[in-house]
Design a protein around this ligand. Structure first.
Ligand code: KG4
Ligand code: ZN
Length: 335
């Protein structure tokens, strides 16, 4: 049987990525060019620098992705590119490149929602995953608890009312003087550290599916300032580990409340924060105890990459055919 090859293109934030995947789930190549070094000194993504860097990177990364997959553009049957949400200047680079390519080659094109891409990252290597399922999507820009009755249909149970989970990790890492993006630094420094600090009063975590991280963030910042005022040395690993535990407790409390209420057997984690080792371990322990199936993407596939965009594009194409070449960048696109 001939293989169906999808070319994926992702440029919504600060990673330029192009991938080739086979039959919707096998990765032939997934080249990711990160701009971390460019933005590190600013402690966050600078939109103008990001767009310029995408423009320089996209051509070479595209060539590399085809080469590593051992194919030419003539072998590709579908081009899938992120059209939102994200930074408009960044989105436009990848999207315009993809549409130009589709127009000149007559290869079908499909625009992909970046958040859906994160969810479909789970299918890469696991085509057996089937709804109904509950998915927790936690990234630098999103914290969504979703019930999916079938692929492509999303019921949002809860969202963050303030900061996204990843955003909170990044902010606390910054005040602790750790690097950017902060999640991986906090994860690493927290390993084996004391995690006993309670920054906020324990409230009822299951009275709503919505999340909130700004109270915790402010409490951690106040604690740090207070320690400094007292002339005390900061125990960075202990603060990082306690903060991380607080975030994970909130995420898992709501996730498992939803799993019980909706009585699903399949649970997905997705987005950059799904790379967090405590979140993965805590979900693994709880799903094992409940006899549920848990999936999370490989570490490299949790954060932004084009293979997940190709996967989401492929399944939409299978069910509804190609998308429209008129699609434009939508910075605030929702699920
Ligand atoms: O999904 P992603 O690459 O980009 C967005 O779509 O936002 O997520 C990036 C976010 C950053 O906030 C980063 O700090 C966080 O994911 N992150 C982590 C870890 N790895 C990445 N947060 C906690 N623990 C990690 N190991
Ligand atoms: Zn993302």
């Amino acid at each position: 049987m001939s293989r169906f090859l999808t070319l994926g293109i992702e440029s919504s934030c600060d990673d330029t990525s192009v991938a080739v995947i086979e039959d919707g789930y096998k990765i032939r190549s997934n080249i990711i060019s990160s701009q971390i070094d460019l933005h590190q000194k600013f402690g966050g993504v600078v939109p103008e620098l990001a767009a310029r860097s995408h423009l320089e990177a996209i051509g070479p990364i595209y060539q590399l992705a085809l080469k590593e997959a051992g194919v030419t553009i003539d072998d590709i049957q579908l081009i899938a590119a992120t059209y939102g949400p994200g930074l408009v200047g960044s989105l436009l680079i990848g999207l315009s490149f993809a549409k130009g390519l589709a127009l000149s080659t007559q290869i079908p094109f499909i625009g992909v929602n970046h958040i859906e891409g994160h969810i479909y990252a789970n299918v890469l290597g696991h085509p057996e995953i089937k709804p109904p399922l509950i998915c927790l999507t936690v990234s630098g820009g999103h914290t969504d608890l979703l019930w999916m009755g079938k692929w492509g249909s999303y019921q949002i149970l809860g969202q963050t009312t303030d900061d996204a989970a990843g955003e909170a990790f990044d902010k606390i890492a910054r005040v602790l003087g750790l690097g950017y993006p902060g999640g991986p630094y906090i994860d690493k420094i927290a390993k084996g550290a004391q995690d006993d600090l309670e920054f906020v009063k324990k409230g009822n975590l299951t009275n709503t599916y919505n999340f909130s991280f700004s109270g915790l963030k402010t409490a951690v910042i106040n604690y740090i300032q207070h320690q400094k005022q007292l002339g005390l040395e900061l125990n960075v690993p202990r603060i990082a580990a306690s903060f991380q535990r607080n975030v994970v407790i909130q995420l898992t409390a709501k996730l498992f409340h939803a799993i019980e209420k909706y009585d699903v057997n399949t649970v997905l984690l997705s987005g950059g924060v799904a790379a967090n080792s405590l979140l993965r371990e805590s979900c693994r322990n709880q799903t094992t105890r409940l006899g549920k199936q848990l999936f999370f993407p490989e570490l490299q596939l949790c954060t932004d990459n084009a293979a997940m965009i190709a996967a989401a594009g492929y399944y939409h194409y299978l069910h509804a055919g190609p998308g429209d070449l008129d699609v434009t960048a939508e910075p605030n696109l929702k699920l």
